[in-house]
Structures are given as structure tokens and as C-alpha cells.
Design a protein around this ligand. Structure first.
Ligand SMILES: [Zn+2]
Length: 121
């Protein structure tokens, strides 16, 4: 029998038309996480539900040129520091080139379970 584990990718919630990442914040140490855990991974403190985003800043990016199932290369992946939240891996919508560090982006939802952002203009 194969045991199916929960999808570890961050979950998106749409509130008033804006996409947010679902997460938790530790009341004791302030750690912010998108992990679905029952206690703080840092100090074992109590966690409270929070939403992160929708805006953030690109920490780094790269372009994928290798085909994988469901994705047509080239496409851009970036690590984004969500405002008030953790760093998450995202797809950059309609981008086939790396995005400069410091670029502002906005979460737009997900695609096949992967977070998707677009550039803020
Ligand atoms: Zn903590």
C-alpha cells in the first residue's frame, strides 16, 4: 500500500479578490511559516493562523530550460520574501527571463499547486 503524504507546498487563499499564502506565526518567537505543523518548529511555541502577502520582493530567480511534466520551458522561478511573511518559491507569470533581485511582485494564485506571481507595475 502506498501512503500519500500531504502536499508540502504553500496553500493559497483568495480574500476580497486578493491572493494570500496561508501560514502560521509563533506567539513566542515570531517565527512565520507556511508549514502545516502543530507547534513552532523553532521553539515549540503556540502557533496562530495568519495570511502572508499578496505582495513581496524577489530574493533571487532563475530560468528553467528543462521540460518537466505540465510545464513548458523556458519559465522563471523565483524566491520571494512575502511582505510580513516567509520566503517562498514561485513561478513568475509570463516571464522567460530571470527577474532582478529586489523586484516587487504580487501573488496571483497558484497553478497546479505552485504559487504564481506577476510583476507589480
Ligand atoms: Zn517559536
Amino acid at each position: 500500500m502506498t501512503r500519500r503524504l500531504p502536499d508540502p507546498r504553500p496553500q493559497v487563499e483568495i480574500v476580497a479578490g486578493r491572493a494570500h499564502v496561508v501560514g502560521q506565526q509563533c506567539a513566542a518567537c515570531g517565527l512565520r511559516t507556511t508549514l502545516v505543523v502543530s507547534a513552532c518548529p523553532g521553539c515549540r511555541g503556540e502557533l496562530a493562523p495568519v495570511r502572508f502577502g499578496p505582495d513581496g520582493t524577489v530574493w533571487g530567480s532563475t530560468v528553467i530550460r528543462v521540460p518537466v511534466a505540465g510545464r513548458t520551458p523556458p519559465y522563471c522561478l523565483a524566491y520571494v520574501d512575502l511582505d510580513g511573511g516567509p520566503r517562498v518559491l514561485v513561478h513568475v507569470k509570463a516571464s522567460t527571463e530571470p527577474v532582478a533581485v529586489g523586484t516587487r511582485v504580487r501573488l496571483r494564485g497558484d497553478s497546479g499547486g505552485d504559487l504564481v506571481v506577476e510583476l507589480v507595475r
